[in-house]
Write a protein that binds this ligand. Sequence first.
Ligand code: NAP
Length: 217
Amino acid sequence: MSEPEAVVGILGAGRAGTAFARALLRAGIAVDIASTRPPRALQHHLKIYAPGADPVLGADIAVRARTSSGLVILAVPQEELDEVDPDWVTGTVLIDATNTWQDELLPGWLQAAVDEQLPTSMALAGRFGAARVVKALNHIAHTEFDDAAQPGAELTQRRALAVAGDDDARGLVMGLLVRMGFDPVSVGGLAAGRIMEPDGPLFNRPLRREDILRFAR
Ligand SMILES: NC(=O)c1ccc[n+]([C@@H]2O[C@H](COP(=O)([O-])OP(=O)(O)OC[C@H]3O[C@@H](n4cnc5c(N)ncnc54)[C@H](OP(=O)(O)O)[C@@H]3O)[C@@H](O)[C@H]2O)c1
């Protein structure tokens, strides 16, 4: 069987991870996806929530992605991040789709950043130092994702999503969002991702490009 044109890895097969997977699959992009469960145990869940996605071990999340798209999406609750081995995503562009919720017991390295009011993506960039971290996909609810992804629509008619990142990795992520059916808008470097967090002005709002540009650096 021939290899698919592009493969994206997704860590986390919950509400967010499977919504991302569905949009990617609709765009003709193959998906490797991991949860805490072994791949065989994940099969049934994926048949329902992300048919066509390939279950893999967390340790194998970037095996195919690394040599095609180069992209892995992080959709694991922040309280579980100590269980995600940074080596799994070495050499990838890691899309940080995570958020901090008030009742979460965060890993110490992440709580320290929150206490200092630093954007959580910056702490993740330190933790996952062998990947290039870009913040995206965190500020839209999974319940809205399927309808909001409109790959057939003109860019200006699509829902806009913000992207924050420090180098050309940001462009790679923006290209992915276009294929998924959104209008990606750069808000600046990783530090600018603060405006995408749950207490920020972009969170869970149906935005157009001009709405996001009002807050971009
Ligand atoms: N829900 C949303 O609308 C939404 C939207 C955007 C962003 N987010 C963010 O995305 C993150 C996940 O949220 P969610 O709502 O999708 O949570 P969820 O429904 O609870 O799903 C979490 C997933 O992460 C998996 N997981 C936990 N530890 C893992 C590990 N060490 N390795 C691999 N997978 C692991 C879980 O595995 P099991 O299935 O085996 O338990 C589960 O599949 C959060 O930070 C959230 O803020 C959520």
